[in-house]
Design a protein around this ligand. Structure first.
Ligand code: PLP
Length: 466
């Protein structure tokens, strides 16, 4: 072997060894990195950032859509600020000044303010601000005013009643028998003469008024008279119209004869999601006991504080807001009617509330129409109408629209005309989804601040604490 070759051999040999050794190192390192990654990469189900990302997407979606679900609204940042406070970690069972836990000094102060504001807003003898939702408030009222086996009269679900008034839900859980008011679909109202005949026969213990589909004030006085004849009480579920009542633009159920008024605080009221009960003095104790210890323990003190602020907003801005809500609903209904849609309540001027209801069987029914409109960025819900049966729940005749949130964003009659045009365009097929979506986005661009509050501010911002 030549010297040179030898050298060459040795060199190439050690070069080869070094190369292999390096390769092994790389492979080992990759395996280690893989192992480390495997140990530290957070599975999707545990990635908390993912939740915020999805929430932000939801915010963006709402920021360029038209939110028209009649049971929703948007809260101001002044209300929302309370949600993240320490109040959300605490308990305050019992009444102000008579708590079963220590540490409630400041909570008492807040609940006292909420109670006083509610009394003022509704000119009330007695209020309870502890129910955490409308169904909870209704359930408490049933426990206070009825016994299992009693009969109640309620508006059926196709005629607009809420499920909690029915045997399938809260009334049923209380063991109540439910009879339905005879209903005049043309007038969209309870048939009083037929109701009286039925009531004299069936002797209900409680008349339930108030609905989920509520276009007009209901005959509280007339029902009160019948209730007097049969020795019954009257309850009015004002969940949908609470903000319009607070704004003095809808009937005042207690003044007209109801013994008790329940209502969620987040539909036409300025939020947050909870409820109140307003009642006559003589049943105050029964109502309070039914709420606590009846069906509530913790009453969610962070949203209680938010509610106190919403009640202040209502006191300051409720009347002008309620005025505009009703004007907007009327304009939307009229324009949809002018465009050839079958809007319910024509005999009575379509609506006196925040709602507009249309029979859309001609356009494929409530389910198809609600889905089509969502593709265009208009969010509303399908709804049973008085001529539907419960079997039609999946594809009822109607759609229900609410203008309260759009009104809070500052929209007026001109925008209602534009919205009616887009709705008609989408359901009739004269407007493509993409064109409709564009028009919705353009419209929303101009209306993205919360109004009727202390200081206007962006509506669908994600408030980041971290
Ligand atoms: C008339 C009526 N009562 C009660 C409720 C239930 O309210 P909550 O969702 O606050 O329990 C609704 C819901 O939309 C409703 O329409």
């Amino acid at each position: 072997m030549k010297k040179g070759e030898m050298v060459h051999d040795v060199t190439s040999c050690s070069f080869f060894a070094l190369y292999s050794w390096l390769q092994i190192l790389v492979v080992k390192r990759e395996a280690t990195v893989h192992k480390i990654k495997k140990a530290f990469v957070i599975p999707v189900s545990m990635n908390y950032e993912k939740i915020y990302e999805v929430i932000k997407e939801h915010h963006r979606f709402y920021a360029d859509s038209l939110p028209m679900i009649a049971s929703e609204n948007i809260t101001s940042k002044f209300v929302r600020r309370c949600y993240v406070s320490d109040l959300g970690h605490r308990y305050a069972e019992g009444k102000v000044g008579e708590r079963y836990y220590q540490g409630c000094t400041f909570i008492d102060e807040i609940e006292e303010i909420a109670l006083n504001l509610t009394e003022e807003l509704f000119n009330a003898d007695h209020v309870n601000v502890q129910p955490i939702s409308g169904v909870v408030a209704n359930t408490a009222a049933f426990f206070a005013l009825t016994n299992p086996g009693d009969r109640v009269m309620a508006i059926s679900v196709p005629c607009g009643g809420h499920i909690s008034h029915d045997t399938v839900s809260s009334a049923g859980l209380r063991g109540l028998e439910v009879s339905y008011y005879p209903f005049d679909s043309q007038e969209f109202d309870i048939d009083i003469d037929a109701t009286r005949k039925m009531a004299l026969n069936e002797k209900p213990r409680l008349f339930i008024l108030g609905s989920s589909l509520i276009l007009f004030p209901q005959p509280v006085k007339e029902i009160r008279d019948i209730a007097e004849e049969v020795g019954a009480r009257v309850m009015y579920d004002a969940s949908h119209v609470l903000g319009l009542i607070a704004g003095k633009r809808f009937q005042d159920p207690i003044k007209e004869g109801a013994d008790v008024m329940t209502g969620s605080t987040h539909k036409t009221f300025f939020g947050p999601q909870r409820a109140i009960i307003v009642s006559r003095k003589e049943i105050a104790d029964r109502i309070d006991r039914a709420v606590f210890p009846g069906i509530i323990s913790n009453h969610h003190l962070n949203t209680l504080a938010g509610y106190a602020i919403a009640a202040m907003e209502m006191k300051l801005f409720g009347e002008s807001y309620a005025d505009q809500v009703i004007r907007n609903a009327k304009r939307l209904a009229e324009r949809m009617h002018e465009l050839g849609m079958s809007v319910v309540g024509e005999n009575r001027g379509f609506t006196e509330s925040h709602q507009v209801v249309a029979d859309v069987r001609n356009y494929g029914g409530g389910s198809a129409v609600a889905e089509k409109l969502e593709r265009a960025g208009i969010i509303l819900n399908k709804n049973l109408l008085p001529w539907d049966s419960l079997k039609d729940t999946e594809n009822p005749s109607g759609i229900r629209l609410g203008v309260q949130e759009l009104t809070r964003l500052g929209m007026k009659e001109g925008e209602m005309d534009e919205i009616a045009g887009i709705i008609h365009g989408v359901v009739s097929g004269s407007l493509t989804y993409s064109k409709a979506r564009e028009r919705v986005k353009e419209l929303r661009n101009e209306f993205n601040t919360v109004k009727f509050t202390f200081q206007e501010h962006p509506a669908y911002e994600f408030y980041d604490l971290c």
